[in-house]
Design a protein around this ligand. Structure first.
Ligand SMILES: [Zn+2]
Length: 528
């Protein structure tokens, strides 16, 4: 007797092969049989006739590092058919740590992670942290993050990581890899990671390579325009260590040919390097306001930053350097909306930085400084998609071309916090399916890109494909109806079209409603 049989659905198994009509039987947390027809009995039969049955989708890029511990249902993901998330991207993360270190890091990252008073369980090592990620509605895997490792070894100092401190960092990284981290992420436009030099990252990547983990890169001063100099650094690191590479939120930014994104890595690929790329299907990003400050202003962490922001004697230099840094974040004519502030009812939420600076008769940079001070650094923004129609069309066309390149996948870059979060949190995956379906990309190709491929990249074992013996992470959807509903005005609208989602053999979503079951596990890097 089986626990569950899913009957008569159109099975898209994640391998990229053509769909077929069939039944799937589940016992406990595993898929035990897939066949044209299964006639034995089961405790529960799900009628999937007329529906599409796929593997649970895998989102390789989220910032649910903390959110998943108190928002265990993760509805933004489940309503898109996502059953496994990877967190600890862009160099952001909080393990290993100490009680004081965690407090310091939270204060520095309030613009993304928000609400510093929220209850969190205690951890110090990466291994302890990883265990705490189990027990949500989705499975969670995690990178170890460069910022956490560096903060642990050196605090927020603008110094080279050398000698004993470098050894400490490498030891902690090694322990994290041994306890199941999928890889290492860097976010070199954030601090303290941004204080590093290339040598430091080469040293760390040697450890990642030893365990065949993935090296995930958010470039130095990433402005979406793909600055070539920061890519030379990445090429050098891969060349010297042979580490597997995944370029995060990496796509075209303007009128260049889409193929140019691959050029910096062409030589490496010829030499056999394993390189992957990802993007999310929108034209602007999101982040913390603090990132608009130059590195010297962030040295030392929270107290020193607040002092510098209030200092009259540093004001001119700060404003000048912010103007310089600004152009790396926003293209000409672009602005951003305030998405997250310490005061959830602040009237700045939803206004653009330009509107606020006009209201207060101050420059853009002065607005940023004031908002950071008023909110004790806890302020975040979401970009405004105000490109010309012609450019929008070009950029979405590029996204289609990148998606249909075998090296590319999609990562949502979910940031669940913020009154006005980026719509990618509730919509990136369902939007990808909708956009690519509308352009005629076959269902089996789309699903593979969002399930089996990320499982391969992150070495997530026994998930990402409907296969006998694999975990029963299964999604039943009305494929033609699957679409995103979140937009920049209403970013928390859930996606439509996902009907039932099994995670480890239990339904976390059934007939379009969350069940409250929390059957997700923490996922450790598999040996492949
Ligand atoms: Zn990033």
């Amino acid at each position: 007797m089986y626990d569950i049989i899913i009957k008569g659905g159109r099975i898209v198994d994640g391998s990229g092969e053509k769909p077929f009509i069939g039944d799937i039987a589940v016992v406990k947390n595993r898929i035990v049989k897939i066949a044209g027809e299964i006639n034995e009995s089961a405790k529960k039969v799900i009628d999937a006739r007329g529906k599409t049955v796929t593997p649970g989708l895998i989102d390789g890029h989220t910032h649910s590092e903390l959110n998943v511990m108190y928002n265990r249902q993760q509805p933004h993901a489940v309503y898109q058919g996502i059953t496994t998330i990877v967190t600890g991207q862009c160099g952001l993360g909080f393990a290993p740590t100490t009680p004081e270190g965690l407090k310091r890091s939270l204060r520095m990252n309030g613009g993304i992670f928000a609400d510093q008073g929220k209850y969190l369980p205690a951890w110090s090592s990466f291994a302890e942290y990883l265990e705490l990620l189990g027990g949500a509605a989705v499975n969670v895997a995690s990178n170890v993050s460069h910022n956490a490792i560096r903060e642990y070894a050196l605090g927020f100092a603008d110094q080279k990581l050398t000698g004993d401190r470098l050894e400490t960092a490498k030891e902690e990284l090694e322990k994290a890899m041994l306890s199941g981290a999928v890889g290492l992420s860097v976010g070199l436009s954030y601090y303290p990671g941004g204080f590093s030099d290339t040598e430091e990252i080469v040293e760390l990547c040697k450890v990642v390579k030893k365990y065949d983990g993935i090296f995930c890169v958010h470039q130095r001063l990433n402005d979406g325009q793909i600055p070539r100099t920061s890519l030379e650094e990445v090429v050098k690191i891969v060349e010297e260590t042979g580490v597997r590479l995944n370029m995060l939120h990496y796509r075209t930014g303007g009128l260049e040919d889409y193929r140019s994104v691959f050029e910096p890595f062409a030589e490496l690929e010829k030499q056999g390097a394993e390189i992957h790329y990802e993007f999310y299907p929108y034209l602007v990003g999101a982040g913390l306001l603090l990132a608009l400050l130059p590195g010297w202003a962030q040295e030392g962490g929270y107290d020193k930053i607040m002092e510098r922001l209030s200092s009259a004697s540093l004001r001119d230099k700060l404003l000048a350097d912010m103007r310089e840094r600004h152009k790396y974040f926003f293209a000409e004519g672009q602005t951003a909306r305030v998405a997250l502030t310490k005061d959830k009812y602040a009237d700045s939420i939803g206004k653009t930085l330009r509107e606020i600076s006009e209201e207060h008769q101050e420059t853009f940079q002065e607005t940023v400084i004031r908002l950071l001070l008023e909110n004790e650094l806890e302020a975040g923004f979401v970009g405004v998609e105000n490109q010309t129609e012609e450019l929008k069309e070009k950029l979405y066309d590029d996204q289609y071309r990148l998606f249909t390149d075998d090296r590319y996948t999609v990562g949502s870059d979910t940031i669940p916090e913020g009154v006005l979060c980026h719509p990618r949190t509730f919509g990136a995956f369902s939007r990808t399916v909708r956009m690519m379906r509308e352009r005629g990309v076959p269902v089996e190709y789309i699903i593979r890109k969002l399930s089996a491929l990320p499982a391969e990249i992150y070495h997530i074992r026994d998930r990402g494909m409907l296969k006998e013996g694999n975990y029963a992470d299964i999604c039943i959807m009305d494929y033609e109806r699957l679409r995103d509903q979140a937009d920049f005005e209403n970013p928390r609208r859930r996606a439509e079209g996902i009907e039932t989602v099994l995670v480890n053999g239990l339904p976390v979503l059934e007939n379009g409603e969350m069940t409250g079951i929390l059957s997700g596990e923490c996922v450790k890097r598999g040996q492949v």
